[in-house]
Design a protein around this ligand. Structure first.
Ligand code: RUB
Length: 258
């Protein structure tokens, strides 16, 4: 396959969410940029997923340094640091709640499990694209007990109701870290808000390269993801991300934080 075809395939997979999550998107964009390192390829990649400052930070660095190997090494180095911090944070907590599919969160949970922590995970299915199923599969594969809830059951999943246990902590990933809060999958603000009301700590687990000072555009996705053949005249909104203000966040765990 030519470099152009390979580049186009990566862009398509990012757009179609075959490649999802901030870290995976940023890594894939680096692979694509390496195939065709030009200003226009950078712009095409950035357009594919506007709510991903990590991709922008990675591509800026790639453009400046061309040191692809060093940039790629960052992902694992950062994750190792994050894992150790999350391990401490988990302590003796038994029920951990998460949403969507976050590589930073999942890898740190798998690390904690390997280190002998005994906990279970509650997660949400994350309509309309069901990234929660991917999370549930990844955790199950690692031997972690997982219970999945429909998104609208998140209030039940967080507070002790209807046969569920009370979640001890919430771990959410992030697409963007900003001065005033974080941006993550739609639903994250509601989760953080309900967790706060129930006195459940909310931690954001994210690579420091997600930090940005720029304004982040919020992706709105196709309505047919929600309702493929909606009758004419019905408007369907499909916002993909939302802002979680600092007031709901107990702490942000990155490779840089203490
Ligand atoms: C994914 C999402 C994740 C963050 C986590 O949304 O919101 O919580 O991207 O990032 P989508 P990471 O599936 O629409 O891309 O995977 O780097 O932890």
């Amino acid at each position: 396959m030519s470099n152009k075809k390979r580049f186009n395939k990566i862009v398509k997979d990012i757009k179609d969410l075959k490649i999802q999550g901030a870290s995976n998107v940023a890594k894939a964009s680096l692979r694509a940029y390496k195939l065709i390192p030009s200003k226009s390829s950078k712009q095409r990649l950035l357009k594919a997923r506007p709510t991903e400052p990590m991709m922008e930070n990675v591509l800026d660095l790639a453009e400046k340094t061309k040191d692809y190997k060093k940039i790629l090494a960052h992902f694992d180095e950062a994750q190792e640091k994050i894992n150790k911090k999350v391990l401490k944070l988990i302590g003796n907590k038994k029920v951990i709640f998460t949403h969507c599919h976050s590589t930073n969160v999942i890898k740190s949970l798998i690390y904690a499990k390997k280190k002998g922590k005994k906990f279970e995970v509650y997660n949400t299915e994350t309509r309309p694209l069901f990234q929660g199923r991917k999370t549930a599969r990844d955790l199950k594969k690692a031997g972690i007990k997982v219970t999945m809830f429909v998104d609208s059951a998140l209030g039940v999943a967080l507070s002790k109701e209807q046969g569920t246990k009370k979640a001890d902590m919430v771990l959410l990933g992030a697409d963007a870290l900003t001065k005033s809060g974080v941006i993550n999958k739609i639903g994250s603000e509601t989760i953080a808000n309900i967790a706060k009301d129930n006195k459940i700590p909310v931690y954001i687990v994210a690579d420091s390269w997600k930090f940005t000072k720029s304004k982040v555009l919020m992706e709105g996705r196709k309505m047919n993801e929600v309702w493929a053949k909606a009758p004419k005249g019905i408007k369907v909104k499909n916002p993909a991300f939302e802002f979680v203000p600092k007031k709901y966040i107990t702490g942000i765990i990155t490779d840089k934080t203490k």
